[in-house]
Ligand binder design. Structure first.
Ligand SMILES: Cc1cc2nc3c(=O)[nH]c(=O)nc-3n(C[C@H](O)[C@H](O)[C@H](O)COP(=O)(O)OP(=O)(O)OC[C@H]3O[C@@H](n4cnc5c(N)ncnc54)[C@H](O)[C@@H]3O)c2cc1C
Length: 386
């Protein structure tokens, strides 16, 4: 839908109508404080395809419950020599389909009189200090503040201070001719597969006894050829799920940066990077969806204070924990299985979720840290210090 927008000046421009852009647009549109602010939301895509599946854990009811596709109260973790099913109450592991999120949020956003959504590829963003010019293939626009969720791995190339791993994966949505899944239990991480010198695991989301998502995931520096993911998925379905007759209904693929890179350096008084581009993906896990939900709530409060945008993000102790894990996995990528296996053996999933939500106290941090192989972390810490 390319059309010329008559208005070219806005208070806020949001670039990208993905998770972060849509959550921000909705938060601004639904808050009466911003009712006099004009907002332009730009995306190169119409957001009409189901291009991803989002999962997150949450206690009790939450903001996305109306569009949740499936949730689980049990998860399985498997390592090399350890396998356990865990009840995760009071948490649930919730899943939503990308398309349901886009449809629901775009529908709401269209009802706000002060927000315009336009499909346009952004080709340049220029900070003129007192305003920002956003140039798109559909014209140029100006705003007092710009929120940019477009991300490019090239932003990391200029630095070597922080290792960059990728969480890269391909998943198949399959339908089998017999019951192969337990729909009550999601496989959070199955490390019982060949590691080949990396951190590799299977992630399985069962929707019914015959339908589910089987995803081959790595936390490693470089992506693999497509056949490598696909042959591993095929082997897993045949050998672990003991299923040879199935149909592939849909596929998804992804690549999420895992790094403690200083994303804030890309921000200025009037431009803030949000979502993955803002460093809101948890460096040690790639989980981004719920952290983005939390960050957007903080951002709305922050915007009401009218402070320079580059002062929004801050570092805390979890950033250092993530950095040490990434240092270890970057130096020897095969150590991931042992670390995650020790973690799940030594701590409850409830405590692990709380820690990954960055909500633990120091005593709980120590409990988590002491369940991991200590020499790995001490050596990584010493290398960072000296
Ligand atoms: C397949 C997949 C599965 C994932 N699963 C999970 C999960 O289970 N849990 C979790 O927490 N995280 C998950 N993630 C990670 C993360 O939550 C998502 O990547 C999430 O979409 C990130 O939100 P974002 O707003 O930063 O980026 P995006 O949602 O990718 O949004 C960026 C938007 O910018 C647009 N855009 C890009 N360039 C331009 C341009 N030049 N001009 C205009 N528009 C542009 C894109 O079209 C896109 O709509 C997953 C990622 C993928 C890819």
């Amino acid at each position: 839908m390319f059309f010329e927008l008559v208005q070219t000046d806005y208070d806020f421009i949001i670039i990208g109508a993905g998770a972060a852009g849509l959550m921000l647009a909705d938060a601004l549109g639904s808050d009466p404080y911003f009712k006099d602010k004009t907002v332009l939301l730009l995306d190169k895509d119409a957001k009409k395809t189901n291009d991803r599946t989002w999962c997150f854990w949450e206690k009790n009811a939450g903001d996305f419950d109306k569009i949740i596709y499936k949730s689980w109260s049990q998860i399985e973790f498997s390592g090399e020599n350890y396998k356990a099913d865990h009840e995760i109450t009071p948490y649930s592991y919730k899943m939503l389909r990308g398309l349901d999120f886009y449809n629901s949020y775009l529908h709401r956003i269209r009802s706000y009189g002060n927000i315009t959504f336009s499909q346009a590829l952004v080709v340049d963003i220029t900070d003129n200090k007192n305003h920002v010019t956003v140039t798109s293939e559909n014209g140029s626009f100006h705003a007092k503040k710009v929120f940019n969720s477009t991300f490019d791995y090239k932003s990391f190339y200029k630095q070597s201070k922080y290792p960059v791993l990728q969480q890269h994966f391909i998943g198949w949505f399959i339908k089998s001719d017999k019951a192969v899944f337990n729909p009550e239990k999601a496989t959070f991480m199955d490390f019982s597969i060949p590691q080949m010198g990396n951190t590799r695991f299977m992630y399985v989301l069962p929707f019914s006894e015959t339908e589910g998502l089987v995803e081959y995931t790595l936390f490693s520096p470089s992506v693999l050829p497509e056949e490598a993911y696909e042959s591993a998925i095929k082997e897993y379905i045949e050998e672990k799920l003991e299923c040879t007759k199935y149909e592939i209904i849909e596929k998804e693929r992804g690549n999420i940066p895992m790094t403690c890179f200083n994303f804030s350096a890309n921000n200025s008084d009037n431009i803030l990077h949000i979502g993955i581009a803002g460093g809101w993906a948890k460096p040690s896990t790639g989980y981004t969806f719920m952290s983005t939900n939390r960050k957007i709530k903080e951002l709305v409060v922050f915007l009401k204070r009218n402070k320079p945008l580059h002062t929004f993000n801050s570092k805390d102790r979890y950033w250092y924990y993530d950095l040490l894990l990434l240092d270890i996995l970057y130096e020897d990528n095969s150590k991931g299985r042992r670390i995650f296996e020790s973690l799940f053996k030594g701590s409850s999933p409830q405590l692990i979720f709380k820690f990954l939500d960055e909500d633990t106290n120091l005593k709980e941090d120590l409990q988590i840290i002491s369940s991991c192989p200590k020499t790995y972390f001490i050596n990584a810490l010493l290398k960072r210090l000296f």
